[in-house]
Design a protein around this ligand. Structure first.
Ligand code: DQA
Length: 144
């Protein structure tokens, strides 16, 4: 099983960036935890601070390349119709994840323009949100 994990803007700063909100783990540590939690999954990790690069990555997925995508779109969550359209074009399940509970934060964070075109949305569990996101794709694929 192959899963693409996309980390959006500023997530390269994990561990240093507002640790009280986003935790103390680095992005590399989050990726490593996924690898060790899911030894049967082949991961590709992609991080970008640029909307166009994330869109290009989503557009580059050819059918059957991946079984699913886990994406944390960072602040693009709240306004990127272009990322939303790129996700809409995909036939594989896409799960939106957030480290923080975006519904318990500032008003502008309480709305996701991405969530309606995703298979599901997980927020508020820190790095566990990524584990739950991957788990959901694995279970969907297995039909369990
Ligand atoms: C975030 C929430 C977003 O509002 C914020 O802009 C981020 C991180 C999260 O994982 O909690 O960059 O996506």
């Amino acid at each position: 099983m192959k899963i693409l994990v996309i980390h959006g803007p500023n997530l390269n700063l994990l561990g240093k960036r507002e640790p009280a909100i986003y935790g103390e783990m680095t992005l590399e540590q989050v990726n490593q935890i996924l690898i060790s939690e899911f030894p049967d999954v082949e991961f590709e990790f992609f991080q970008s601070n640029h909307e166009g690069e994330i869109i290009d990555k989503l557009n580059s997925i050819v059918e059957f390349d991946f079984d699913g995508v886990v994406i944390n779109p960072g602040a693009f969550t709240h306004y990127s119709y272009a990322i939303r359209d790129a996700i809409s074009a995909l036939k594989i399940p896409v799960v939106e994840v957030h480290l923080s509970n975006i519904y318990a934060r500032e008003d502008f964070r309480r709305h996701s323009v991405i969530a309606p075109v995703c298979r599901g949305h997980i927020a508020g569990f820190g790095y566990l949100s990524y584990i739950l996101g991957v788990e959901s794709i694995v279970k969907l694929k297995k039909g369990t």
